[in-house]
Design a protein around this ligand. Structure first.
Ligand code: PEP
Ligand code: MG
Length: 592
């Protein structure tokens, strides 16, 4: 039967494929694909885990005290029997052989299948056996965790290739939640779309998903419970709908739409190397947001004229507390700088915290086990200033990379003048240390992200100290409207068109322009074509976005006439419904 699940659209287009469920287990399970030549080894890990668990169960039964209840012994027999049952062993092996899942993923995928079968049983006794299967799977997963191959999630995943075995159906990832660091791993995978139960439009998981440029829906609540392994799914990334097992006629309609958007994409791609200049001759800088040095190739390919935001925190995640040292960071930054071939690279100092913890953690875990309001806690520059050694290492690494090309440093979430002073002092000390050590470094500009209302309101003071500013609209909206950007329960209130938000943005742009300082927008609004005319009208000439968005935004820029647009700003800002007013003024006649 076909059903529909609704959520928040985060990435446009249509994806059609089979569901791959990444189940949330009580044991932290890594999900990755193993290369064809490592399939046997992975099956060996599974076999070894089964033998160990079998021996454990035998020993447990042997050591049962004399007076232990008889049920206990019977239960261990049931576990032993389940362990060797075909549905557990061969079926799990099949996931590894056919899908190239790692052993842990294969086991949790099979567990999901079995759990559903148990749920559907009429017999209560049998239904309750589900708990036994779960306990057994946990035992196996713990055992597998001890035999982890040398796979580091933040390293280049050599194992994410499923293209090795062609002819497979396209795959769509379905999960309760995917941590941003895990999402990074999926960059080189073959998923054609993804769906999560939780998350908002600008949660970091959604942002990384958008950078993959595949259709995605987040905050789809019950999706991972309603969708089963291998179900056929249509993801409508424009409407935020997931259609499970669509009828042939619906499928045909979506296949048509998919072909249309591929044609549109090919058409836009032709603009790749056209300079972004408005009708009245105003050059506009279209920059890329990247998460890893390797993303710079995609940025150039998309026609970016530099990197406007390198989210360096992704180098710090999922390393089990072992942070990257100065040399490792230097190499990463230098790689990004060198591959941008002389174009500027803006490296944001680490923005750890809120929904980007150092270690893999779901949003729920974050909320319940950590600070109640992580977004208001020790994040971004606050964390860096609280870890002066780490901060100075990062600054030195960036400064050293600046000997290889044009580098700018961007500081996230600054709100206090005291933070500005401490940051500039740390930078000066890092420079001094490099000079003392005779280490080469270049000139860098230093900029602040304007993403806290306090910073936008005090923009004049910020401009006294910084060479440029970059408006982080994702956080600016979150903090201005008091809406947790990663909470799907309030995602309908996350409103980039709110007049308070627009005023802060307009004011920041105007004041920076008046002082002759660089100003850019690097939040998601920069890559949303609905805002291009308005931002141009406010005087913005630098936009930083996912490389995949550059062509669409360029198309808007090429059609805009800033002389006519500027007159409309005040009308939009003072309208009761700015979105409606902008649609009337900009797409109506003013802009085009
Ligand atoms: C922002 O807040 O708009 C931004 C660009 O930074 P991030 O999304 O990484 O918090
Ligand atoms: Mg931010």
């Amino acid at each position: 039967m076909s059903i529909q699940v609704f959520g928040t659209p985060v990435s446009r287009g249509v994806a059609i494929g089979r569901a791959v469920l990444v189940a949330s287990s009580r044991v932290d399970v890594a999900h990755y694909f193993v290369a064809a030549e490592r399939v046997e080894q992975e099956i060996g890990r599974l076999r070894q885990a089964r033998d160990i668990v079998s021996a454990e169960l035998t020993a447990l039964k042997r050591d049962l005290p004399q007076d232990a209840p008889a049920e206990l012994s019977a239960l261990l027999d049931v576990h032993q029997m389940l362990l060797h049952d075909e549905t557990m062993t061969s079926a799990t092996r099949q996931w590894i052989v056919e899908r190239h899942y790692n052993a842990e993923w294969a086991l949790s995928a099979q567990l999901e299948v079995l759990a559903r079968q148990f749920d559907e049983m009429d017999d209560e006794y049998l239904r309750e056996r589900k708990a036994d299967v779960e306990q057994l799977a946990e035992r196996l997963l713990r055992c597998l965790a001890r035999s982890k191959p040398g796979h580091s999630p933040s390293a280049e995943p050599d194992v994410m290739r499923m293209r090795d075995f062609g002819g497979e159906d396209p795959l769509v990832l379905v999960a309760n939640d995917v941590a941003p660091a895990d999402m990074i791993q999926f960059k080189r995978s073959v998923f054609t779309g993804f769906v999560t139960d939780v998350g908002g439009r600008t949660s970091h998981t959604a942002i990384v998903a958008r950078s993959l440029d595949i259709p995605a829906v987040v905050g789809a609540r019950e999706a991972s419970r309603l969708i089963r392994q291998d179900d056929w799914l249509v993801i409508d990334g424009d409407a935020g709908v997931v259609i499970v097992n669509p009828s042939p006629i619906v499928l045909e309609e979506y296949r048509f739409r998919q072909r249309q958007s591929e044609l549109e994409r090919a058409r836009l791609n032709r603009l790749r190397h056209t300079p972004a200049v408005t009708l009245d001759g105003q050059p506009v800088e279209l920059l890329a947001n990247i998460e890893m040095p390797g993303d710079s190739a995609g940025a150039l390919e998309a026609g970016a004229v530099g990197v406007g935001l390198f989210r360096s925190e992704f180098l710090f995640m999922n390393r089990g507390g072992d942070l990257p040292g100065e040399d490792e960071q230097f190499q990463a930054y230098r790689d990004a700088v060198v591959s941008m071939q002389g174009l500027p690279v803006t490296i944001r100092t680490v923005d750890i915290g809120a929904d980007k913890p150092l270690d893999r953690m779901s949003l729920q875990e974050l909320r319940h086990e950590h600070a109640l309001n992580p977004a208001l806690g020790l994040r971004a520059i606050r964390w860096s200033l609280a870890e002066p050694d780490m901060f100075r290492q990062q600054l030195r690494a960036i400064l050293r990379a600046s000997a290889f090309g044009k580098v700018r440093i961007l500081v996230p979430m600054v709100a206090h003048v005291g933070e500005i002073r401490m940051t500039l002092e740390a930078l000066e000390r890092a420079r001094q240390q490099l000079d003392d050590a005779g280490c080469a470094h270049g000139e860098v500009e230093i900029g602040a992200m304007i993403e806290v209302p306090a910073a936008a309101l005090m923009i004049g003071r910020f401009l006294d100290h910084f060479d440029f500013v970059s408006i982080g609209t994702n956080d600016l909206i979150q903090y201005t409207l008091a809406i947790d950007r990663s909470d799907d329960a309030v995602s309908h209130l996350f409103d980039p068109w709110h007049p308070a938000v627009l005023r802060l943005i307009a004011d920041t742009i105007a004041k920076a322009n008046a002082r002759g300082k660089g100003v850019s927008v690097c939040g998601e609004m920069a890559g949303d074509a609905a805002f291009t005319d308005l931002l141009l009208a406010m005087g913005l000439r630098s936009f930083s976005m996912h490389p995949a968005r550059i062509a669409s935004i360029k198309q808007r820029v090429l059609r805009a006439d800033t002389r006519r647009l500027a007159a409309a700003v005040e009308a939009v800002l003072s309208a009761e419904d700015p979105a409606l007013e902008a649609a009337r003024l900009f797409s109506g006649g003013l802009a085009h």
